[in-house]
Design a protein. Sequence first.
Length: 190
Amino acid sequence: MNTQTVLSAAALTLALGATFGAALPASAAEVAASTDANLVQPHELIVDKSLPAQQVQQQVRAARLYDTFWSTGDEAQARAALAPDFTDRTLPAGRAQGIAGPLAASKGFHAAVPDVHADVEQMIVTGDRVIAHLHFTGHFTGTFNGVQGKGQTVDFIATDIYRIRDGQIADNWHLEDNLTFLQQLGVVAK
């Protein structure tokens, strides 16, 4: 028995036209449709069909809000996506725990790469988890650790595992290709 629904980018784009808060949908496409259309759309959405539609809707919305935040830097999106007691389970050295950590990281990232854009290559929803495979692109035209950018292309990936509680991300385990990022900035030798 197939316990997953996989949506292509085209099906997801079509499905995302509906507004949040509509009657509870029956399929993964309809679940995705009930989330905000202005948020980043995963190219591929894989959903465990055994999950209640409302749970999937809440989890997808929280993940899309947070993933969009990395492109926009909009603090309100991060605060809406993250639980008040949010915990970063792979906290980098020097980063504050809780919501303050991603807010500071986003400000620093946007200072270095003002045109940063995060695409969600795929999103997997199962249990109380959402896994997002992110692809970041942009240009290093700002500053990073005292280094001025010269327009270098930035192109790297990251994977996040979110635990969702009550429609917000309570925990995040994440891994970014920081070596590639730092090499592209010219901060670390290739």
